[in-house]
Design a protein around this ligand. Structure first.
Ligand code: BGC
Length: 760
């Protein structure tokens, strides 16, 4: 099955979207798919290169600033631009730049090679003076050498003796993209970098920049090598950029190897020295070898992560595309996470949200626990900020994680749909617990997880209160951002309950497994038996709203009292509602931006009966706009759960190709990472029905009519399992590790080494 995603479009609108779709990244750096040769002047583009977490601190302007509003926010910065590599053909005086917008395009194609970890552009071009040339551009952002961005260009002459001039740029005069009309994109303050150093060092261009307020520094060291023997080089320095100009006559196939090494001061104190030395470590490796290393890395990723769909090439392409981009975006250093747009664009300003924990970590936890651990560790590393924020918000203890952040402080300026989403703290706790259930990694739980789970549980004791014998949580916002500041949001309450229960369990596990460590932790966070008893009481009496007449869980205390939004009278072009109505207008109605209660029923399914879950699904489906890309995948997963397999499939289609087909119209701002993780969830947890529970692994497999079958791998407690569902039946194979019990449609089975459970 295909490992290639291809396009041959080169109209300006598509190229803008493809800057995101064909970005190259490795979790540390991300380079948008801008063209080496550039675009015509005035074409809309987001020319972008990013380092995960590299930000400036920007003051948040408020008309009325109230107590506790964050003063500043972090903003991911577009750093130096080293993508440009122009090719000019013809004699001096008659030179013409190779471009998609001049001369004649005889063939053009762009390919993402999912199995090789590279992108490629193939161009067969004839200049207006009749010079013909084939050019092949390959881009590789290395998974092995995280600082390396490589452009490898092959020139094949189809005319004789072509005079060529190559101009390679490294440009420090960059800024961020701004759009006043869309709150999901930054609106101002786009120029935040000053050039610290710009120099020609031995054979390379070096540009170092510094962020205005954070003082973080980033640098690129770029070197161009060419295989032609008759080439002459010179370099040109301006105040903001360096150009390397190479002239030669093209008589045979010729290779240009541009290697740019990218680093930042949070990793390297002496950037220049570090980048020079990293460059040396790979300078002896030819392109083919770097490509092989890349392939090796990517192939080991696919070994555990690939999902196969039998009978639908179109969907197969989409799934691999989504999974690959998740890999490209996931921070792997424990200091960073996965931004809402990954490293593909500037939407949501490079911030990390709950998206990572609820939508992305499930895939990493079950296919790549090592990487999952890094993402979880990042949350542990910002626990002190969450503790501080809890105090600032008037709580005497506990941890309140920021709704959106890079370094750990709250970056949301609109608190009703930001800070008020307290559920993020429970979501983070949930992801630590799910990781523990999937891995049995007691050391990680001990050293990092326990503290996070207990500190977040404490928050609920602080924010909740008793009324009529129930523990209630007031004045929060659930995941659905079209309803804000409510009492007893079902999602928040049920997740808080899970959080509280697990705080107690985790504490008991540590006491049993490692009494010495348990004592240390007890002392460190001063937890007492009376506090644990309070947690237990709150969890047991947690109020979970229910409406007997409708047989559903109301989203919150007043949700059902509101009028239902006039969907009939809302024109198609008024969606997403958030761009056309004041929030108060939206808050007055029953209308959901995204899955809320339905998502809670996925995460904590044993709290409600199957019929309540089904009736709730029916109810919320009618009033959900899916204006957030985090929604359709949940309706797909839960559609499968409640028996609507074909509906599940339809939602799945919306999810799987959301970016490839630009279904939300804003892929240019970056890819929708949570949705991409949702694709995996829709297959594994939706059609496969997989759930991770305390007493094991559960499946409820189903097969959509359109497919012959599907299969995926998971890693579970040190074992590798291959799950297949097709017309022959449902099969679980144990590829490595010890035998294990699991539940299929509620019945217990044992799968032993090198054997399989097969249900026809
Ligand atoms: C969604 C949030 C999400 C954020 C970033 C918003 O549109 O409503 O749930 O966290 O996007 O992806």
């Amino acid at each position: 099955m295909s490992w290639k995603v291809k396009s041959n479009a080169f109209d300006l609108d598509t190229l803008l979207v493809e800057e995101s779709l064909f970005f190259n990244g490795n979790g540390y750096i991300g380079i948008r798919g801008n063209l080496e040769e550039g675009l015509p002047p005035h074409a809309k583009t987001v020319q972008g290169s990013y380092i995960n977490g590299f930000h400036d601190i920007v003051e948040i302007p408020y008309g009325e600033k109230l107590y506790g509003f964050p003063e500043n926010q972090q903003k991911l910065l577009n750093i130096i631009d080293a993508q440009r590599l122009e090719i000019w053909v013809g004699k001096n005086g008659e030179r013409e730049k190779v471009s998609l917008f001049s001369g004649e395009i005889l063939h053009y194609e762009r390919i993402l090679h999912l199995d090789q970890g590279i992108t490629e552009r193939v161009l067969h071009w004839r200049s207006s003076q009749g010079i013909e040339i084939k050019i092949n551009f390959v881009r590789l952002v290395s998974f092995k050498t995280r600082e390396l961005f490589q452009q490898y260009v092959t020139l094949t002459p189809l005319s004789e003796n072509i005079p060529i001039q190559i101009i390679s740029h490294v440009n420090g005069d960059v800024q961020n993209f701004a759009d006043q009309s869309d709150p999901r994109v930054a609106s101002g303050d786009s120029k935040r970098l000053k050039i610290n150093n710009l120099a020609w060092i031995k054979d390379s261009s070096y540009v170092e920049v510094e962020a205005h307020t954070s003082k973080l520094r980033a640098a690129m060291l770029s070197h161009v090598k060419i295989s032609a023997s008759n080439a002459s080089n010179e370099y040109k320095l301006s105040e903001t950029s360096i150009q390397t100009v190479i002239n030669f006559t093209l008589t045979q196939e010729t290779f240009i190897d541009k290697r740019t090494f990218i680093g930042d001061s949070s990793r390297y104190e002496d950037l220049q020295k570090s980048l020079v030395s990293i460059k040396e470590t790979v300078s002896h490796l030819p392109y083919e070898q770097l490509l092989n290393l890349q392939k090796e890395y990517v192939s080991s990723f696919w070994k555990n992560t690939d999902v196969l769909i039998d009978g639908d090439e179109y969907i197969q392409e989409a799934i691999r595309f989504n999974l690959y981009h998740l890999l490209q975006s996931a921070g792997q250093d424990g200091k960073t996470s996965i931004a809402a747009k990954g490293l593909s664009g500037e939407g949501y300003e490079g911030h990390y949200f709950w998206d990572t924990e609820i939508y992305l970590l499930p895939m990493f936890t079950l296919t790549n626990p090592k990487l999952a651990r890094k993402l979880l560790y990042y949350r542990y590393s910002i626990l002190d900020y969450a503790r501080k924020r809890a105090l600032e918000m008037g709580h005497s203890k506990g941890a309140l994680y920021p709704w959106r952040t890079i370094t750990g402080t709250e970056c949301s300026s609109y608190y009703p749909a930001g800070t008020a989403q307290y559920h993020i703290s429970a979501d983070i706790a949930y992801s630590f617990i799910q990781y523990y259930l999937a891995t049995d990694d007691i050391d990680f739980l001990k050293e990092f997880g326990a503290e996070v789970v207990i500190e977040t549980a404490r928050l609920w004791l602080e924010v909740g209160h008793y009324q009529g014998g129930y523990f209630k949580i007031d004045t929060v916002t659930g995941p659905d951002e079209y309803t804000a500041i409510v009492n007893n949001n079902y999602y928040t309450n049920v997740m808080a309950k899970y959080n509280l229960n697990w705080a107690i369990k985790v504490y008991q596990i540590l006491q049993k497994e490692d009494p010495k460590y348990w004592q240390q932790l007890t002392d460190k966070i001063s937890i007492s038996t009376s506090e644990l008893a309070a947690m237990e009481k709150a969890a047991t009496t947690m109020y979970l709203p229910i409406n007997q007449d409708l047989n559903i869980n109301p989203q919150d205390d007043t949700f059902l009292q509101k009028e239902i939004w006039d969907f009939e009278g809302t024109p198609d072009d008024a969606y997403p509602l958030l761009l056309h109505y004041h929030p108060l207008t939206i808050y007055r109605y029953q209308v959901c931006k995204q899955a809320d209660t339905v998502l809670a029923h996925f995460l904590v399914e044993d709290e409600q009966s199957e019929d309540i879950i089904k009736d709730s699904y029916d109810y919320y489906e009618k009033i959900t706009t899916h204006d957030s890309s985090l929604s359709s995948c949940v309706f797909s997963m839960m559609g499968a759960k409640v028996g609507y397999i074909e509906k599940a499939y339809d939602y799945f289609l919306e999810t799987a190709r959301l970016d490839l087909d630009n279904l939300h119209g804003n892929t240019k701002d970056g890819l929708h990472m949570a949705n991409m993780g949702g694709t995996w969830l829709a297959i594994v947890a939706g059609f496969g029905g997989l759930r991770l529970k305390e007493n094991g692994l559960y499946f409820r497999p189903q097969l959509p009519k359109a497919w012959n079958g599907y299969s995926f791998h998971i890693q579970y407690k040190g074992r590798l399992l291959l799950i297949t569902n097709n017309h022959d039946g449902f099969k679980v194979e144990l590829l490595s590790g010890e035998s294990i019990n699991l539940y299929i449609w509620g019945k217990e089975y044992t799968v032993t080494n090198n054997s399989a459970v097969l249900l026809a």
